[in-house]
Design a protein around this ligand. Structure first.
Ligand SMILES: NC(=O)c1ccc[n+]([C@@H]2O[C@H](COP(=O)([O-])OP(=O)(O)OC[C@H]3O[C@@H](n4cnc5c(N)ncnc54)[C@H](O)[C@@H]3O)[C@@H](O)[C@H]2O)c1
Length: 403
């Protein structure tokens, strides 16, 4: 019986694809060097690119067991699929287990992978004790936390519990394994760039050494402060017990897997474009961000998991360009016009939600030298190529559960 990922790859005739993307090919295009024609071509060329760039790291994990907690979410989309894609040509596959409570539904892409013999899906809430029949795992990624501001404000306690209590459960598991003489090989905790709060102008772009300017009682505090305490837990477990734990601070990732109903800014604009309605900015459009394409970010995350220094946080994102929300909307509208027959425009309106902009950082942009130097992280997608790929992916993924 063929596995879930094989079914998907068969559908897109993967056997006809080259096994490597040649270095000369212009980045931003599909596997044949042309613009991808549909979501499947975007995803397949991304998976080829990611697995090529992570050849060494996946080689280290080969034949071992990986647990991804919160693997049904946006980042899970490529965290899971890139490993299964690697397994297609690996002598010793990486065995993947996903724990997720599916608080925001079980996505179609994950259901489609259910038959893959190297993937185990377990419905589990990480704020509860670990399952009694849990297999021993070598690598752990803790990505279980609601990340979208609209949704974490709806579920603030669950967000804090996953980032603190859920994390503690997993750290205790690592300690137990060490005490048994079978230590895990690596642990990655997903923190966030939001731990910096709204940095003062002299701290933009922001290095890992910046301590942050964060409210502990504001509407975003359930997220920001639980991530901060999560990092404190990680550092102290890493140092006191000599465990291989490192942290990622993602800066605004986007791309395939971020469902159109997620209420983060890029899927919201995509929805406007495919509904052919005006893009309405709920601010004056001036806050700025750098946006990092998910294929770049995923390489950073696996590099931290495998080579991150114990107790160290790493910014993962891109340094340039730092663009305003208005600029972002305009770029997406331009792509909409050139590729998808969009005829709308970008407008502004005051949000009905009085808390919408409270504690929203005005500028966010990372310094990524530490990940570059220590891990060889090297993001390469341009914002416009990445937005185009994302829009092509949305065109084929316009329906998603609105949870
Ligand atoms: N995507 C980004 O740009 C970004 C930025 C900063 C930080 N992060 C962090 O990265 C991680 C993953 O982000 P994402 O964008 O994939 O988020 P997401 O909301 O798309 O996915 C999170 C997943 O975790 C699961 N989950 C939540 N609580 C859980 C629990 N108690 N037990 C088990 N599963 C649970 C959800 O069901 C979901 O599948 C999160 O920790 C997030 O805070 C992401």
């Amino acid at each position: 019986m063929s596995s879930g990922i094989e079914n998907i790859l068969e559908m897109i005739e993967i056997q006809q694809l080259p096994t490597k993307i040649s270095a000369e090919k212009k980045i931003g295009f599909g596997m044949d060097g042309n613009e991808p024609r549909n979501a499947q071509e975007v995803v397949t060329s991304d998976l080829m690119d990611i697995t090529e760039r992570l050849h060494q790291e996946f080689g280290r994990m080969s034949g071992q067991k990986l647990l991804i907690v919160g693997g049904a979410g946006f980042l899970g989309y490529y965290l899971v699929q890139s490993v299964l894609f690697y397994n297609q040509s690996a002598a010793k596959p990486i065995e993947v287990t996903v724990y997720d409570n599916y608080i925001r539904g079980i996505p179609q892409w994950l259901k489609a992978l259910e038959g893959d013999r190297h993937l185990r899906l377990v419905k589990h809430d990480i704020t509860h004790p670990l399952p009694e029949d849990m297999e021993e795992v070598d690598w752990i990624i803790h990505a279980a936390s609601i990340a979208s501001p609209i949704f974490y404000r709806k579920h603030p306690i669950a967000t804090m519990d996953a980032n603190v209590g859920g994390l503690r459960t997993l750290l205790d598991y690592c300690l137990k394994r060490k005490d048994q003489g079978k230590p895990v090989a690596g642990f990655l905790y997903y923190s966030t760039s939001e731990i910096y709060g709204d940095p003062t102008p002299d701290a933009i772009p922001t290095p890992e050494t910046y301590r942050g300017l964060v409210s502990c009682t504001g509407p975003r505090a359930c997220y920001d402060e639980s991530k901060r305490f999560g990092e404190t837990l990680c550092v102290n477990f890493a140092l006191q017990y000599e465990l291989p734990i490192a942290m990622a601070r993602p800066f605004n990732n986007f791309g395939p897997g971020l469902k159109i109903t997620d209420r983060r800014v890029i899927p919201d604009f995509a929805r406007n474009i495919f509904d052919n309605e005006d893009i309405v900015l709920l601010s004056d459009g001036s806050p700025t961000r750098t946006f990092c394409y998910i294929a770049d970010a995923i390489t950073g995350y696996y590099k931290i998991l495998v080579n991150g220094r114990p107790g160290e946080p790493y910014n993962i994102g891109v340094e340039k360009p730092e663009i305003s929300m208005f600029d972002l909307a305009s770029r997406m509208a331009d792509i909409g016009r050139s590729h998808f027959g969009y005829t709308g425009k970008v407008t502004r309106q005051v949000s009905q939600d009085r808390e919408y902009l409270t504690d929203n950082p005005n500028r966010r942009s990372p310094i990524i030298e530490k990940a570059r130097e220590q891990l060889g992280y090297d993001p390469k997608w341009s914002i416009d190529d990445a937005l185009l790929r994302t829009m092509i992916w949305y065109k084929d993924n316009l329906v998603a559960e609105d949870l």
